[in-house]
Design a protein around this ligand. Structure first.
Ligand code: ZN
Length: 209
């Protein structure tokens, strides 16, 4: 499958370059910093990746909205303070969506820390300085593996969040859980199992003799 890589800043460019050299030749859009309007030549691919070392909320939302409307894959890759994150893997129309991810982020214990960090980045337009070169190679290899796997086991990868904690050398893979009040995801849900009556009817066997 064709892969579009939007590379933001030095880390984004480094991962995109590693992908080109090591594994796969993506279509690359290189950006020095976050933008709120995409270049007129921008066109979605089957798989769309944004790689950055700092939050790029406007860009994430623009690309996600396009992927949501056109049923394309969207994969954000971000170098966080001590973690490399690939995902969630948005596999539209079947996976939980970006709005769910934003809500889940706000529910995390350290949301105040994240909010303060994001506010700082928004104001200063600066991200962390520097990164280990090995991290861009790891990101490129993992992305290649993910893209390969999407062709075979797309269902298992929906909503997956893969993280490499490079302080503790720990790798985890969790899954984004959709939010009950997300309007986007609600449209997909079967209304028959959403009503209290339907749930009661489904569970009646648990307490009937
Ligand atoms: Zn949602």
């Amino acid at each position: 499958m064709e892969i579009l890589t939007v590379a933001v800043g030095e880390f984004g460019h480094s991962v995109a370059s590693a992908m080109k050299k090591q594994v796969r030749k993506p279509v690359i859009v290189e950006l020095a910093e976050e933008v709120s309007v995409l270049p007129p030549t921008f066109a979605l691919s089957a798989i769309n990746v944004i790689i950055s070392a700092k939050p790029v909320p406007a860009l994430w939302r623009i690309v996600d909205e396009m992927c949501w409307k056109h049923n394309r894959f969207f994969i954000p890759v971000m170098l966080e303070r001590v973690k490399l994150r690939i995902g969630p893997i948005f596999s539209y129309p079947d996976s939980p969506c970006w709005l769910c991810w934003e809500l889940r982020e706000l529910q995390r214990d350290n949301c105040l820390v994240n909010t303060a960090l994001n506010d700082y980045y928004e104001r200063s337009q600066r991200g962390p300085e520097g990164f280990l070169p090995a991290l861009s190679r790891i990101a490129a290899l993992r992305l290649d593996h993910t893209v390969d796997s999407l062709g075979r086991e797309e269902k298992e990868l929906r909503g997956q969040v893969w993280q490499f904690d490079f302080l503790n050398m720990a790798i985890t893979a969790n899954y984004l859980v959709p939010c009950e009040d997300c309007l986007r995801c609600k449209q997909r849900c079967n209304p028959s199992v959403e009503t209290v009556e339907a749930i009661q009817a489904e569970l009646i066997a648990l307490w009937s003799e």
